[in-house]
Design a protein. Structure first.
Length: 95
């Protein structure tokens, strides 16, 4: 197991606090999603984060935040692909 530096542990706790504070202070879901993506990309080395929400009625995942071209796109869960695999496995995936 890798040892965690005290600075890294503090930054991760700070990020968790920031995320926990978002839901209680902000009622605009799109704003919370954008803020969440910002916090996640600060903590996880990546170019961007994409946040999907599940629409039970249509059985689709739709992009709430991500790249400007992605926002609002929908992905059906009856089609094979990365979105379906992540949804069904309930695990994260780094691409």
């Amino acid at each position: 197991m890798d040892e965690v530096r005290p600075e890294q542990a503090f930054e991760e706790l700070e990020a968790l606090y920031e995320i926990a504070s978002m839901g209680g202070s902000q009622r605009d879901l799109a704003h919370v999603a954008g803020s969440l993506s910002t916090v996640v990309t600060r903590q996880v080395p990546s170019e961007r984060a994409v946040l999907f929400l599940f629409d039970e009625d249509s059985q689709e995942m739709f992009v709430l935040s991500g790249g400007d071209g992605d926002r609002g796109s929908r992905h059906r869960l009856n089609e094979c692909g990365l979105v379906r695999r992540v949804f069904l496995s309930r695990s994260r995936e780094v691409v």
